[in-house]
Write a protein that binds this ligand. Structure first.
Ligand code: C5P
Length: 238
């Protein structure tokens, strides 16, 4: 029996119809799909439901960041969509994080389902030193990632989104049970696109990634199903 399939395909395509078509093609070879802000604001909860009907996991990447009460209610609604993963911004602080985790647990218990894992986003990869300074953060990027990660885990968060190059340091400093979900994955033969700091899928899993978010290496391939199958085989999960 193959191990759990860690591949989550980023559905970064223009329309909900295209997203669902792509999901149908590759679902047999991957663990699930990432629905981000763009797809959710066009396809809404119907896209999520269509993907869940395929039996695939959904990573709802809406990066909630608001007052604790509002985030708790958004998390409750996302939990009712029966997604397996969702994101919040660690910068929302410990109270917001605790409210999010409690809401996922309470609402999942009421539905009799497994609670979704809430993943914290630390510092967006689009932020550099100058951008951090502009929002009043004096730490350098690495220190800010480490500070937010440790605060978030102390507040009860069970997972983080991170760069594959942060895996080693985070795996050393965080409890083993913390899920680490990483984008920036490329096989040696894949085009980098705009990704600069990447790692291969096998290397990332060996380095402690719980799930791999992969977009273009799968959806932009001439045969997305074959591309997904090849990656899954390389990971021993197909
Ligand atoms: O196409 P590619 O494999 O680069 O897609 C990666 C996905 O992960 C995209 O949806 C991208 O927005 C997302 N992501 C990322 N880097 C981050 C956070 C999210 O590439 N730091």
């Amino acid at each position: 029996m193959p191990a759990e399939n860690p591949i989550l395909v980023a559905l970064d395509v223009p329309t909900p119809t295209q997203a669902i078509d792509l999901a149908r093609q590759v679902a047999p070879y991957v663990g699930g799909f990432k629905v981000g802000l763009e797809l959710f604001t066009s396809g809404g909860s119907e896209v999520v439901a269509a993907i869940r009907e395929l039996g695939s996991e959904v990573f709802l990447d809406l990066k909630f960041h608001d007052i604790p009460n509002t985030v708790a209610k958004a998390v409750a609604n996302a939990t009712r969509l029966k997604v397996q993963w969702m994101t919040i911004h660690c910068a929302g602080g410990p109270d917001m994080i605790q409210a999010a985790v409690a809401s996922a647990r309470e609402n999942a218990a009421a539905l009799g389902i497994h609670p979704p894992v809430i993943l914290g986003v630390t510092v967006l990869t689009s932020m550099d030193q100058a951008q951090l300074k502009a929002i009043g953060v004096g730490n350098d990027v690495e220190d800010q990632v480490a500070a937010l990660a440790s605060m978030a885990v102390s507040a009860g968060l069970e997972g983080l989104v991170c760069s594959p190059l942060e895996l080693e340091r985070l795996r050393r400093s965080l409890p083993k049970t913390i899920a680490l979900v990483t984008p920036g994955i490329r096989a040696a033969t894949d085009a980098l696109g705009d990704q600069k700091r990447v790692m291969g899928p096998q290397e990332a899993v060996a380095g402690g990634a719980t799930r791999l978010v992969m977009g273009r290496p799968i959806y932009a391939a001439s045969d997305p199903a074959l591309a997904a199958k090849t990656i899954a085989q390389s990971l021993g999960v197909a």
